[in-house]
Design a protein around this ligand. Structure first.
Ligand SMILES: NC(=O)c1ccc[n+]([C@@H]2O[C@H](COP(=O)([O-])OP(=O)(O)OC[C@H]3O[C@@H](n4cnc5c(N)ncnc54)[C@H](O)[C@@H]3O)[C@@H](O)[C@H]2O)c1
Length: 324
């Protein structure tokens, strides 16, 4: 049998694109998500298990198919919700992930890549942010992801279990073939929300925070295309096989765009003026999160092809137009 991997969160945004990417690269891909996969994701899956990541059925699922590796994307990942419900985030992102870790180790998994986040850094004291930057999260989402990073690093032994941690900045864009895209429920992510407003599916776009110390007062972010993220996972998965050390990489475009600049680009591409409503800052949002991702570029040979803002917006826009 060829190479087999398990992707958790396979019905979600990053997970579904990762599934497609690995499937196209010749892997057998097993899905795992508490939400059933949509048809357009299902077709890239060799098998799929609809359950919680902490479920014991994961052991037999992985053993039966002889999977060698895991990409762990499943998580609760809304900053605002995490501030309101920290216990829920502790439960999903730490307790259940620990159960999952122990189950996949029992099943003999040798390599694991964990979707972590720039939110583990907190308010940056250095920009762009290198992997060695102090990790001091300012919201429970970032804190729970950091806790699980530490669990994984303790589990890494360089022989029977090898760990890769990838800290995404703002994952965005959509499958260049327009099959997959970004949907969250509720949708709190900037680009889909702004596109929905631009296409008349939302009354207005809520702009949280206009008094940050940035060039136009809105938050500054680093947007990385989801297809480029998938490419980095594939490169890391290969390299982990021969690696004694745990690997940690920032995945970002290294370009800084403010929220207002993103809205302007959407206006430019849709030839509309989307309605913006200024709101107070959202608790837990740092002013600026920009990656230094030179390590991934150098060590993995990662070459993002889709992460310039106009391409991110145009792929996301095409997908939204296709499904709306
Ligand atoms: N989207 C981003 O900008 C971004 C940035 C940094 C890091 N990340 C990380 O990337 C990963 C994927 O993010 P996303 O945007 O694709 O999120 P998403 O919400 O689209 O997908 C997450 C998926 O995980 C599933 N899931 C959650 N908890 C589960 C559980 N206990 N058992 C089974 N399934 C479960 C959900 O049903 C969902 O399909 C997350 O770990 C997130 O922390 C995302």
């Amino acid at each position: 049998m060829g190479k087999t991997i398990l992707v958790t969160g396979s019905s979600g945004f990053v997970g579904s694109h990762t599934v497609k990417y690995f499937s196209k690269a010749g892997f057998q891909v097993l899905g795992l998500d508490e939400a059933a996969p949509a048809e357009h994701i299902q077709k890239y899956l060799t098998d799929s298990l609809v359950c919680d990541i902490g479920d014991e059925r994961v052991v037999s699922y992985v053993k039966r198919r002889d999977a060698q590796g895991v990409i762990h994307c499943a998580a609760k990942c809304l900053v605002g919700e995490s501030v309101e419900k920290p216990d829920l985030y502790q439960d999903y992102n730490v307790t259940r992930s620990r159960r999952f870790l122990s189950n996949i180790r029992a099943a003999g998994i040798e390599r694991m890549i964990f979707s972590s986040t720039a939110a583990t850094y907190g308010e940056p004291i250095q920009t762009p942010i290198p992997e060695s930057h102090l990790q001091k999260p300012i919201n429970p989402y970032g804190a729970t992801k950091l806790q699980f990073e530490k669990d994984l690093l303790s589990a890494h032994d360089g022989k029977s279990f090898k760990v890769g941690i990838v800290r995404y900045f703002n994952a965005a864009g959509a499958d260049p073939e327009t099959e997959l895209g970004e949907v969250h429920d509720p949708e709190t992510h900037l680009i889909p929300n702004a596109i929905l407003a631009a296409l008349g599916k939302k009354k207005e776009f809520l702009l949280f925070g206009t008094d940050y110390e940035t060039r136009d007062g809105s938050c500054e972010r680093d947007f990385v295309h989801v297809w480029d993220l998938a490419q980095a996972h594939a490169q890391l998965f290969d390299q982990l096989a021969g690696s004694k050390d745990a690997r940690i990489y920032n995945l970002g475009s290294q370009a800084a765009y403010t929220v207002i600049e993103v809205l302007d680009e959407i206006d430019r591409q849709t030839k509309t003026k989307l309605k913006r409503k200024n709101m107070p800052r959202r608790p837990g949002d740092p002013s600026r999160l920009i990656a230094d991702s030179s390590k991934a570029r150098m060590e993995l040979g990662w070459k993002p092809e889709w992460s310039e803002l106009p391409k991110i917006i145009s792929t996301a826009l095409s997908w939204h137009r296709h499904v709306l």
